[in-house]
Ligand binder design. Structure first.
Ligand code: SF4
Length: 762
């Protein structure tokens, strides 16, 4: 082994050496991270004044440095405590979980004896029930010598692996240090972007980069981050995307970068959602139900080694290895993240409330470099991550089909739900707080479902499962409830009236995710958020909680103003009350442009209703011009068919919805798309929920209307218009169909390189 030291967290060491048997998620998912933190704090508060919480401990064995934080030490009783929160019946905790807990507390025991010079210590596992707040203590006296031997045994089991990892890291960093750019030259704008990413990674800063489409942002961010990894001492790189297509592009870029050095030892993993990776969707994730969970940890070492030998682990490769070793591909992926250099996955792997990449970063004290692709989507996505809903209709159906043993607790939830609705006589109402009685009833229901599932491991009931996860999420989000969110109840009245309550939806609606995201940015060594639309910067900075010292860059567009004629049709108003009157002028504007320059155009409307009105008038007045429409729910094939109409020699109009599937992330270069017509400012609909958002935004940041309506709307418009010019050879036209595009404030939100002219006749 080399002289370098390999550092490993206590938890990671024990998970490597002491995990055995089945994968079993019946016990572990119940307490949320927040419940865990609160449970630990409560246990600590019950101890004496001398009690020491969160003691940092470290110890070395040969070239291995083991470190971690023990939960608590009571010096008066010389008792070292490891606290584990749980929900349900402790007797049902799988034996392999207990085995792992003992392994951890014994390592801490050794490190504490060493630090304090103790000859013995009492080790205690404190199991804390988060529902009834009771502690079950299992303790044993150990002498320091026995703990030392146990520690060294664990370390010995890990040393070979640590040596392999050290060698990998050294050769990885050597190769990355001399990495060459994977193309003959940088594209226009790509170099300043790459330089900014490199500097941010070296300086440990957060960077927000507005960079136009077409400059190669994926390579332009991945390459400099990889290049900076050795000097910035980055352990991990995360490329996070909002869409599957973004993952694909990132994996292609990484393949290209790796191809520059055939011997480059770079381990890359694609993280796929559970429903896309699961081989047995009808089963539950434990050994009594799923064969790929049975003996998972016993077969994991071989699967892990085989996977890492491959290095490039996209969905297909991971599935192959998992199948060869008969382990679950989804959870194999989770295990491998620890040992990979680059993870490519959805935003939620780092930003949601129990995000794996974030927890691993914190637990292992990794220096992580994070890239956030299409970052303008993060606000909406983060709101969803921190929002929870419960639907009455689904709950009622569950009550009818649920096993009899659950009836009592579900009835309890139902009674509390009825009480919530008693005083509501409007269809939408916001409340100041989440009623404690309802939460308590929901907690009891969740505990009962856990017990039921543990007793009936093979009982498959998807509606029960769904309610269980929805309820857990609701409870978790309720704990976090604050002024960043609303608690609202929607009770749509039936057409006949009097239907209140039947279809009610309880929603904990996050409005400003900044306080949830800010710790994510601070946990990363460096984060780069990039997108073609991050204007205005204060809107994204405020709502996403970016660090105050974030660097902002606006990469100059490689496109020339002559490439794109942008016209404001200022005689058209698309305000709701003027919709009817707007139809004919819009249709004639489109037909006029087509008459002057036949080719492929996209028309963006703010809703399907509006789309249908415009499309049907267009069809009746210009039956000879080809046209095709986006439908409400298109599958992947239908979307592809829609896009295939845009050929180099094609002609006609594709009607689509602003903010929908064809308004961003699609690439129609050259003659495939020569123009776009955009009706409305893309403003979210004015409704009670959005009005509440406006008020919260006003209270937090001042600009309520701008933050709730204008900025998100114009962002959609700019994204949609961005479909027209994709390369430096493209030429095109954009019509902004609403007089409000003539306002200076709105104009200031449009890309600087656009040359906008007002159209008198439009
Ligand atoms: S294959 Fe599916 S059911 Fe089985 S452990 Fe994996 S995710 Fe769970």
């Amino acid at each position: 082994m080399s002289d370098a030291t390999y550092t490993v967290a206590v938890r990671a060491l024990c998970e490597f050496t002491a995990k055995q048997g089945d994968l079993d998620l019946r016990f572990t998912p119940a307490p949320t991270a927040q419940e865990g933190i609160a449970g630990h704090a409560l246990v600590a508060s019950r101890r004496g004044a001398d009690y020491q919480s969160e003691i940092s401990l470290a110890g070395q064995f040969e070239h291995l440095l083991v470190r971690g934080r023990a939960d608590g030490w009571d010096p008066a009783r010389n008792q070292l405590e490891e606290v584990k929160t749980f929900r349900g019946d402790l007797a049902r905790m799988p034996a392999n979980h207990r085995h792992l807990h003992w392994a951890q507390v014994k390592v801490y025991g050794h490190l504490l004896c060493q630090k304090m010079g103790l000859s013995e210590v009492r080790l205690a596992l404190i199991y804390f029930d988060i529902v009834d707040k009771r502690e079950t203590v299992i303790s044993e006296q150990y002498d320091a010598e026995a703990l030392r031997q146990s520690f060294e045994d664990q370390c010995r089991q890990f040393l070979d692996w640590a040596e392999q990892e050290l060698a990998h890291r050294q050769s990885r960093d050597r190769a990355l240090g001399s990495l060459r750019f994977p193309h003959a030259e940088f594209r226009s704008g790509q170099r300043p972007l790459a330089e900014a990413v490199y500097k941010a990674a070296r300086g440990g800063r957060c960077l927000a980069a507005q960079a136009p489409t077409g400059i190669g942002k994926t390579v332009g961010t991945l390459f400099p981050l990889l290049k900076a990894a050795p000097t910035a001492k980055l352990d991990k790189l995360f490329f996070l995307t909002a869409k599957t297509s973004g993952r694909r592009v990132a994996l292609q870029a990484l393949t290209r970068i790796r191809s520059m050095d055939s011997s480059m030892p770079l381990r890359i993993i694609e993280l796929v959602a559970r429903d896309k990776a699961c081989e047995h969707p009808d089963k539950a994730c434990h050994g009594e139900s799923c064969p790929l969970a049975k003996g998972f940890y016993d077969r994991l070492p071989q699967a892990r080694q085989a996977a890492l030998d491959l290095e490039f682990l996209d969905k297909q490769a991971l599935r192959r290895v998992a199948s060869e070793h008969q382990v679950c591909p989804y959870y194999l992926g989770h295990e491998l993240v620890r040992w990979c250099d680059v993870a490519v996955g959805d935003f939620n792997y780092y930003f949601d409330s129990s995000a794996m990449l974030h927890s691993l970063t914190v637990a292992n004290q990794w220096r992580s470099g994070v890239l956030v692709d299409e970052a303008h989507n993060l606000l909406e996505r983060a709101r969803k991550m921190y929002t929870a809903e419960l639907e009455r209709a689904a709950f009622k159906a569950l009550r009818r089909s649920a096993p009899a043993v659950l009836k009592k607790t579900l009835d309890g939830v139902n009674r509390c739900w009825n009480e919530l609705l008693k005083n509501q006589d409007v269809s939408y109402q916001v409340y100041d707080s989440v009623p404690a009685k309802f939460i308590a009833a929901l907690q009891r229901a969740v505990a009962a479902i856990i017990d039921f599932q543990t007793e009936n491991p093979t009982h498959a009931d998807s509606s029960l499962q769904r309610f269980y996860f929805d309820a857990l999420h609701f409870l978790h989000i309720a704990e976090l409830f604050d002024s960043h969110s609303l608690f609202d109840i929607t009770v749509p009245a039936t057409a006949a009236g009097g239907g209140f309550g039947k279809a009610s939806v309880l929603c904990l609606r996050n409005v400003i995710p900044a306080s949830f995201l800010a710790p994510r940015f601070s946990a990363a060594h460096s984060t780069t958020l990039f997108s073609a639309t991050l204007t205005p910067s204060h809107f994204y900075s405020d709502t996403l909680g970016l660090p105050a010292d974030s660097v902002w860059i606006d990469v100059e567009s490689p496109f020339r103003p002559e490439q794109l004629a942008v016209h404001v049709a200022r005689r058209i108003s698309t305000r709701y009350q003027h919709r009817e009157a707007s139809l004919l002028p819009m249709v004639e504007l489109m037909a006029g442009q087509y008459g002057r320059q036949p080719g492929n155009y996209l028309v963006f409307l703010s809703s399907f209703d509006y789309l249908q009105q415009v499309a049907s008038l267009f069809k009746s007045r210009h039956p000879d011009i080809p046209m095709w429409e986006q439908a409400r729910q298109m599958n992947e094939d239908e979307r592809e068919t829609f896009l295939q109409r845009f050929t180099e020699t094609g002609r006609g109009f594709g009607f689509a919805v602003l903010g929908g599937a064809f308004a961003e992330g699609i690439d129609l270069p050259g003659q495939r798309l020569i123009g776009a017509f955009i009706a409305t400012l893309g403003l979210p609909q004015i409704n009670p929920a959005n009005e509440q958002i406006r008020q919260r935004m006003a209270a937090a940041f001042g600009g309520g209307y701008d933050y709730a309506y204008l900025y998100p709307g114009i962002r959609k418009v700019v994204q949609a218009a961005g479909r027209v010019i994709r390369t430096q050879d493209d030429q095109g036209v954009v019509y902004l169909m609403d007089d409000r595009f003539d306002r200076p404030q709105v104009r200031s939100l449009l890309p600087k390189w656009w040359r906008v002219t007002a159209l008198e006749e439009g």
